[in-house]
Design a protein around this ligand. Structure first.
Ligand code: WTA
Length: 659
């Protein structure tokens, strides 16, 4: 039995259950009838949500057109504008004075931005983009820290129907370059830098490096002044954001677009080296983001203070910082920095200071806080909290219980939400006030969504069975394609089980029919809730002169979920030089990966080996490397071309661990 099986047994013997309190249930947004309505007529249900959560310039007649499957079209004859829905209509409804963003910078500076302020700033930014020649359909790259301008820039793009491509500020110049090129962006919006762990960290140099290749169509770089640090300047290309916006008009009419007009591209890791540009369109995506945000978090826009800790560089920041909450008229906290700066109580200080009522974060953060100890949150008043959410990776029952008990004072519902960049919005989650919560399980598909667990042959496994998670009906927020590579879209998601969406996750149904997510079944790793591709890191390693071959695995890690462990074979000509460098080899290669992809992809450890375990057909057996990386006895080696390879790798690992 492998470690994973042991975990599985533990998971499936989880019997604790938390009923919603009668008080919560009495006033919850969700009710059991939602499931019945969705079941009775799924398309009518989604049409109702589309009318309820969004304002349409041209109402839609058609709900779903799946004749072009796997690319579905939702509400396709309707027209709307995303930013009008997220901002203007709240001002028109008399809620302009409601706070949209409570910004807390890492150094402690704050800004309060109302919906009326947001409308003004976004209009100025949209006018600026138009004056720079950005037209409906043109792409804009956004590379910013977690500051209000990140949200403003996204909404300014959406206001003119220019799809944005947000690139996480932790990605390297190389990663930024490939994303700018792939999306063919015209404008880049960035900042001089942001604050990270108490000091300014530069961003603009990465943009300069990305554009130094001189092979993009970027004509303008707008630079937000955040840290005041010195930046290199390219005249004619670079403009300060504040100067460009200064003279711009505060009036701007949002451009109504068709529901299927692209809203954004967001790159995510796949099983091959090249990141995939996931394309989301406007209508369906916004419907499901707003609908799930409303019911899963039980949002009460007049009284709640919502805080999602995700960066806008990830899909969680798109759906549950920018679009879902603002469409619902929420007041939310936006925090720039890390949880431990300047001290390990920073998050709880923020919860207390703003009276946060709904908190949405990742298991890796919860496990880190557990490690730091309950005394730290214990110093703060967290009684304002009433709903806690989790996303990004499976949450182990211990962390779930700790979250509810220590952070939620044993009163708050905890919602474990499963979804992906590709699904656009939450797909599986309990509904607070309705579902009896089970620690560690994401439980049930949200009303209107159909998921199943299938075996290898594509048959449903039923209660108690394990296999692959699939989604068997189209859903409004689903991706429409991979930007510029429709074949890859079809191959990746729709070929494993022809015509059915294959999520890439292993899953198990328990006897009650609740879903337990068991992690990726492909070469995608999940490190601190960030998606990384083993192949992409291998490519980064072999792009170094010294490296002949590389194999990367995700080894389980108590805090980060998984950690990157690499095995490399050095080139014979480089070996001598590299050996002369001694210990520096590993450091050099780790930094090289950070340079190629970003610091989040840095391997935790790199072992130099003389051979890799391969089958007779030359396929690397990562399963065996994972055994070594996780300190387990090495599994079945009979299919290896040379079965002694693993002995020397295991010995090498033990020697390096003893160093
Ligand atoms: C994993 C993040 C278990 C899963 C929104 C998925 C989860 C991948 C959960 C998508 C969860 C996300 N329980 N696993 N609640 N949420 N995952 O695209 O493996 O960054 O396929 O989207 O994260 O990661 P992505």
């Amino acid at each position: 039995m492998t470690d994973q099986d042991t975990t599985l047994e533990n998971l499936l013997t989880e019997t604790r259950s938390f009923q919603p309190s009668p008080e919560f249930a009495a006033s919850s947004n969700a009710s059991p009838e939602l499931y019945e309505q969705a079941e009775a007529d799924r398309l009518a249900f989604w049409a109702e949500q589309a009318r309820r959560f969004l304002s349409w310039d041209t109402p839609f007649e058609e709900v779903l057109d799946n004749s072009g499957a796997p690319t579905a079209r939702w509400f396709a004859d309707g027209k709307l504008n995303a930013t009008y829905n997220a901002v203007d209509r709240h001002v028109e409804a008399g809620n302009g004075d409601r706070v949209a963003l409570l910004f807390e910078g890492e150094p402690g500076d704050t800004r309060t931005i109302t919906y009326a302020d947001l409308k003004r700033e976004v209009s100025k930014a949209a006018n600026t983009l138009e004056s720079l020649g950005v037209r409906t359909g043109d792409r804009v790259a956004i590379y910013l820290p977690m500051i209000p301008e990140a949200v403003i820039a996204m909404l300014a793009c959406a206001r003119i129907g220019a799809p944005h491509s947000v690139v996480f500020g932790g990605f390297s110049a190389e990663a930024l370059h490939s994303r700018i090129l792939d999306a063919d962006a015209k404008v880049v919006i960035t900042a001089d830098g942001g604050y990270r762990r108490g000091k300014p960290s530069a961003l603009k140099p990465a943009v300069d490096e990305a554009l130094s290749h001189d092979d993009t169509d970027v004509s303008t770089v707008l630079v937000v002044r955040r840290t005041g640090q010195d930046v290199a300047w390219t005249d004619g290309r670079d403009q300060w954001w504040h100067e460009a916006l200064e003279g711009a008009s505060e009036e701007h009419t949002p451009v109504p677009v068709e529901a299927e007009h692209p809203l954004y591209i967001l790159y995510t890791s796949g099983t091959t080296g090249k990141p995939k540009g996931i394309l989301h369109t406007t209508g369906g995506y916004l419907v499901q983001s707003a609908y799930t945000h409303w019911y899963v978090f039980d949002l009460k826009p007049e009284t709640d203070v919502y805080w999602c800790t995700a960066d806008v560089g990830w899909v969680t920041g798109h759906s549950y910082v920018t679009y879902g909450p603002l469409i619902n008229g929420a007041t939310q906290v936006l925090y720039e920095g890390t949880p431990d700066s300047p001290h390990k109580g920073r998050w709880w200080d923020i919860v207390q200071k703003y009276g946060v009522t709904i908190l949405y974060t990742a298991p890796t953060a919860i496990r880190t806080m557990m490690k730091w100890g309950a005394d730290i949150p214990g110093e703060y008043d967290l009684t304002s909290l009433r709903v806690l959410g989790s996303v990004g990776e499976p949450i182990n029952p211990e962390a779930w219980i700790w979250y509810r008990r220590v952070i939620g004072g044993d009163r708050t519902p905890v919602v474990d939400t499963w979804w992906q960049t590709e699904t656009g919005a939450i797909m599986i989650s309990p509904l607070p006030g309705v579902t009896d919560a089970k620690p560690g399980s994401a439980q049930v598909a949200v009303p209107g969504v159909h998921v199943d667990v299938w075996n290898d042959a594509g048959q449903p496994v039923g209660p108690g069975g394990g296999g692959y998670l699939v989604i068997n009906e189209p859903w409004p927020a689903m991706l429409r394609t991979i930007w510029g590579d429709h074949e890859r879209f079809k191959d990746t998601y729709w070929a494993r089980f022809p015509g059915t969406y294959f999520a890439g996750d292993g899953a198990k149904f328990d006897e009650d029919g609740d879903v337990w997510l068991l992690g990726r079944v492909d070469d995608v790793m999940n490190v601190s809730g960030h998606r990384l591709s083993t192949t992409e890191i291998e490519s980064a390693l072999v792009s170094h002169d010294w490296v002949a071959e590389a194999a990367v695995v995700g080894a389980s890690d108590a805090t980060t979920g998984q950690a990157v462990v690499a095995f490399v074979i050095l080139r014979s000509d480089a070996l001598e030089a590299a050996e002369a460098e001694g210990e520096k080899v590993v450091g050099e290669l780790r930094n090289h990966v950070a340079h190629e992809i970003g610091p989040i992809a840095k391997p935790r450890s790199i072992l130099v080996v003389s051979e890799l375990p391969k089958t007779r057909s030359g396929k690397i057996m990562r399963r065996l490397l994972r055994d070594v990386a996780e300190n387990r006895p090495v599994g079945d080696v009979t299919t290896l071309a040379d079965s002694s390879v693993m002995d020397s790798i295991s010995a090498g690992m033990q020697a390096s661990a003893g160093d």
